[in-house]
Design a protein around this ligand. Structure first.
Ligand code: PMV
Length: 324
């Protein structure tokens, strides 16, 4: 109970189905291990006995837990964990948090930080929580970032596996018999998901039948993407990813910067490309044959990508990170 505990959690991307997933359609998400959040919990003997201190230099936070607001996402992760462990008077400890996942970029930074804190803290107290509880607790904090999150971020990050996700349905881990390569490009534009999710909701309320049709079309193509992955024909996903991008444009969540990166990737030979996550900024992804990776990266860099990650998706996901 008094040993230092460190836990890392990966970032994530949404391969297909973002936004429509909020309305009950399926989506597919993948963990991205080149970026991540780390939480370290160690015994703390500050002035106050039993005090819990949280230090997160990335967001300029150094505070006692008791001074943080009810809805502070990091405090929520800590309080939720203590509640799940039924610890009313926990011993003091110091929680250090560090993340290499850009904030508001569609790579799951909020969920990764929560999962790392929840796992590190419960491990520190000698009572590691199950994946199911970790994911549920992270979902509670997601509500602070997202408004009405579908739950896909906390799920893929908790399980660290490719997932086919549908709200209120059991989680389905996808097997990837034939690996495929993605190049992930950051537009450099920060775009909080809560805003795009809210805007899509407002548009859906104004034009319900048009948006319901778009969501259904997204759902259908996500099921086809799943079939191609599971049957070992990942190259066939290219056209579907392009179609998904068109549907996201119709939802109003793309942007000039994202479209430029998508066009550049396609022009350089990518099999397909789309924005990934909440949109209007953040990241896009391109499906590429391994021999095209360099050409596509160069084209995306010229089109303004700030950071580029290439990742090979298989049973064990690998890749490298490049600063543009
Ligand atoms: O965290 P982001 O930006 O990848 O967005 C998550 C995907 C959405 O479908 C837009 C929202 C959600 O909660 O599923």
């Amino acid at each position: 109970m008094t040993k230092t505990c460190s836990v890392t959690a990966p970032g994530k991307i949404i391969l297909a189905g973002e936004h429509a997933v909020v309305y009950g359609q399926p989506a597919i998400a993948l963990p991205v291990f080149q970026v991540g959040a780390e939480a370290t919990v160690q015994p703390y003997s500050g002035d106050q006995m039993g005090a819990i201190r949280i230090v997160a230099p990335d967001i300029n936070l150094d505070s006692q837990l008791s001074l943080l607001a009810e809805n502070h996402p990091l405090a929520m992760a800590v309080r939720g964990t203590l509640q799940a462990l039924e610890m009313q008077q926990p011993p003091g400890c110091l929680i250090k948090v560090h993340s290499t996942i850009p904030i508001a970029a569609g790579l799951g930074s909020g969920a990764a930080v929560s999962v790392a804190i929840i796992r590190a803290l419960s491990k520190f107290f000698g009572r590691p929580l199950s994946d199911e509880i970790v994911s549920q607790l992270a979902y509670q904090t997601e509500k602070q970032y997202h408004g009405t999150p579908s739950g896909i971020d906390n799920t893929v990050i908790t399980y660290g596996n490719a997932v086919y996700f549908k709200r209120k349905k059991p989680i389905l881990r996808l097997s990837v018999p034939v690996p495929f390569t993605l190049v992930i490009g950051d537009s450099g534009v920060s775009s909080p998901t809560a805003i795009t999710v809210r805007d899509v909701r407002q548009s859906w309320e104004r034009e319900p039948s048009r948006y319901d049709q778009i969501f259904k079309d997204v759902g259908k193509l996500v099921d086809k993407v799943r079939q191609h992955i599971e049957s070992g024909r990942p190259e066939k996903m290219g056209r579907l990813l392009n179609d998904n991008h068109t549907l996201l444009q119709e939802m109003g969540v793309s942007s000039v910067e994202l479209d430029q990166l998508v066009d550049a990737a396609r022009g350089a030979g990518a099999l397909g490309a789309k924005l990934s996550g909440g949109g209007r900024g953040g990241n896009m992804i391109a499906l590429v044959r391994p021999e095209q990776v360099k050409t596509v990266i160069t084209a995306m860099r010229q089109a303004g990508a700030r950071k580029i990650i290439s990742t090979t998706v298989s049973s064990t996901i690998t890749g490298e990170q490049k600063d543009a």
